[in-house]
Ligand binder design. Structure first.
Ligand code: NAD
Length: 342
């Protein structure tokens, strides 16, 4: 049983912990954070399903006052694990890396860290094999994770030469106050980091893109224009996407009008917190433009990176030899692709 620790119990860390707890071949040793955040208070109110370790021992009195059990220090958690999933605030992971290195432990960092934090910039489907046996992996950001899923899906079946993307990016997560209350769109300098990241992981594809921040919290939407090596019909592209266990092909005609419909549907499914591990792809958005194919995907930013991070555990610890066997295991335990009609 592979022993896993989660450091940083925020938006991503909570979901990583839940995802790892579902893997029958992994044991979640515990989670770590630095102060009694609302997520930690909720953990206590839920009866401490996960052991908690403290990253800042000087804050112990706060936990004692609130009656939150502390199982040890972050350093102790690191020593008890084979691999750490670091989901701390952007930039903190690079500092924590020293601790992971001190005990010669493996670690997977999230998208907010610089690429230089890791040996490999990782995606479970696009470059699983590059992560095999590596000590430090960095996962792609939420948009890049979903974007690469869809482009890799077409690329493996048909070969893709070029993509151009537009990202309508949610400005904050639900419940965030630190970005203010906004009601405006804001444009980033091109090319967007997601397009550049895609080229880092899939260097054979030329990519560029524009990102527009928008004041919504329930997901990003990315439109992709992909130039295939040979023409793909709309129908062929849809069939290809439909077979992918981490892509849910949905229809506007069925009521999936946009990001909010998907969020509601996830809640109707009873998914914890309305999470979706899969990206959604609108069937009616798939169009040919000359020899290019264009489509739109929804990125549920809070949960989309969880499956590929778990693939990262499998790669780093050489649990499976290749992308298909590894992603299949992760998918099985997370219940991914169950919507696909056989
Ligand atoms: N929120 C998203 O939609 C999203 C999506 C994909 C990737 N990411 C990436 O995931 C990472 C985490 O983002 P988040 O949104 O979960 O942040 P968050 O602020 O919700 O959570 C970060 C947690 O780390 C804790 N922390 C800070 N310093 C720590 C330390 N030294 N030791 C232990 N814990 C510490 C904080 O208290 C907080 O609970 C970032 O790299 C981010 O870029 C975020």
């Amino acid at each position: 049983m592979v022993k896993v620790g989660v450091v940083g119990y925020g938006v991503i860390g909570q979901r990583l912990a839940d995802g790892v707890a579902l893997q029958k071949d992994m044991e979640l040793v515990g989670v770590a954070d630095v102060s009694p955040t609302l997520a930690i208070r909720a953990l206590k109110e839920k009866g401490m399903p996960y052991n908690f370790y403290l990253g800042m021992p000087e804050n112990l009195h706060m936990f004692e006052e609130l009656g939150i059990p502390v199982s040890g220090t972050l350093e102790e958690l690191v020593q008890k694990t084979d691999i750490i999933l670091d989901a701390t605030s952007a930039g903190v992971g690079a500092k924590n890396k020293e601790l992971y290195a001190k005990y010669n432990r493996k670690a997977i960092f999230q998208g907010g860290e610089k690429n230089s934090v890791a040996d490999v910039f990782f995606h479970g489907y696009a470059n699983y094999e590059k992560g095999l046996g590596k000590q430090f992996l960095k996962l792609t950001s939420c948009n890049t994770t979903g974007l690469i899923r869809s482009v890799d899906c077409l690329d493996r079946e048909f070969g893709i030469e070029k993509v151009a993307i537009t990202i309508i990016r949610r400005v904050a997560d639900p419940g965030d106050y630190h970005r203010g209350l906004t009601n405006a769109l804001q444009i980033d300098k091109a090319p967007s980091h997601q397009a550049v990241d895609l080229m880092t992981i899939m260097p054979h594809i030329n990519a560029t893109g524009i990102l527009v921040h928008t004041p919504v919290t329930h997901g990003h939407i990315i439109t992709v224009v992909a130039t295939p090596k040979k023409k793909i019909s709309k129908e062929e592209a849809i069939e290809c996407f439909k077979k992918h266990p981490r892509i849910r092909v949905v229809r506007i005609a069925d009521g999936f009008l946009g990001n909010a419909s998907l969020f509601r549907y996830a809640r109707d499914l009873g998914n914890p917190r309305g999470d979706m591990y899969e990206i959604a792809l609108w069937e009616e958005s798939v169009v040919n433009s000359g020899d290019d194919i264009m489509y739109a995907i929804n990125i549920p930013q809070e949960a989309v990176t969880i499956p590929e991070t778990i693939d990262g555990i499998r790669a780093a610890l050489m649990m499976q030899p290749d992308r298909i066997s590894a992603t299949s295991e992760t998918n099985k335990y997370l219940g991914m692709g169950k919507w696909i009609q056989k």
